[in-house]
Design a protein around this ligand. Structure first.
Ligand SMILES: [Zn+2]
Ligand SMILES: [Zn+2]
Length: 238
């Protein structure tokens, strides 16, 4: 047990667990609130919201958003907001572990498409800005990639870097502001042999997908460098 874990156990002793949603003691996601972990009802195309097997983007819809499929496990509601907030701070691994224990098999089934992808497939967590990384000490998208990897068991790539400091998307008022804020946000990490990216199927991992503008920028960079397919897998969305 390292110093950090010892410190965390000490914290547990003084600060017992409370439900993130209703404050009931004993667990971060209490049995009563597990019903708020709501899986999207049917797989759909992220662009037109119509039915689509495995949430793949329709051929025609790819013109609007060049991402081959977008899958998220839960609706981005109050509970998920709190879970994701905690993924960014000190409870990250504990909340993740608890979520792993209460997740239902039908949710896991949504991941089987990604598990069964043939060929070269990697997970690529959306990178944080340097400032945020220094402030937090870890990237929550990498933690979520590790969480997904309990089912997927894929390699985790590190091809991307933030080349532009962006403002929080939540502060952006219009769609155009959001677009400008993120335009050119990502680049290939210096020292990466881009031949590795060619013909690769890349699954971008993020905590939450709302407008899709972040992953869109990341996907653009990867496709420009020869990625065959780019998918998105997020913990929450909507
Ligand atoms: Zn609760
Ligand atoms: Zn569509």
């Amino acid at each position: 047990m390292n110093a950090y874990n010892r410190f965390m156990s000490l914290i547990d002793l003084f600060y017992p667990k409370f439900c993130l949603n209703c404050s009931f003691p004993g667990a971060y996601i209490c049995p009563r609130c597990q019903k708020y972990l709501i899986m999207p009802k049917r797989p759909q195309c992220y662009v037109c919201k119509k039915n689509s097997l495995n949430s793949l983007t329709h051929q025609l819809c790819l013109r609007k958003l060049d991402i081959d499929g977008v899958c998220y496990l839960f609706y981005y509601n109050g509970l998920l907001k709190k879970i994701i907030k905690n993924f960014k701070y000190r409870l990250a691994t504990k909340v993740g572990y608890e979520l792993f224990n209460v997740i239902k098999p039908n949710v896991i089934n949504r991941l089987s498409f990604y598990k069964d992808l043939n060929g070269n497939v990697v997970l690529q967590p959306i990178p944080l800005s340097k400032d945020k990384y220094n402030e937090r000490g870890f990237n929550q998208a990498l933690l979520i990639a590790k969480f997904m990897n309990r089912y997927l068991n894929l390699a985790i790539a590190d091809f991307l870097t933030r080349v532009k400091e962006t403002k929080p998307q939540a502060n952006m008022k219009t769609k155009l502001d959001r677009f400008r804020n993120l335009k050119g946000a990502f680049g290939i990490k210096p020292g990466t042999d881009t031949r590795q990216i060619k013909k690769l199927r890349i699954i971008l991992i993020d905590d939450v997908i709302t407008t899709g503008s972040t992953v869109k920028e990341a996907a653009k960079v990867l496709k420009k460098n020869g990625a065959l397919k780019v998918y998105v897998l997020a913990l929450a969305g909507g």
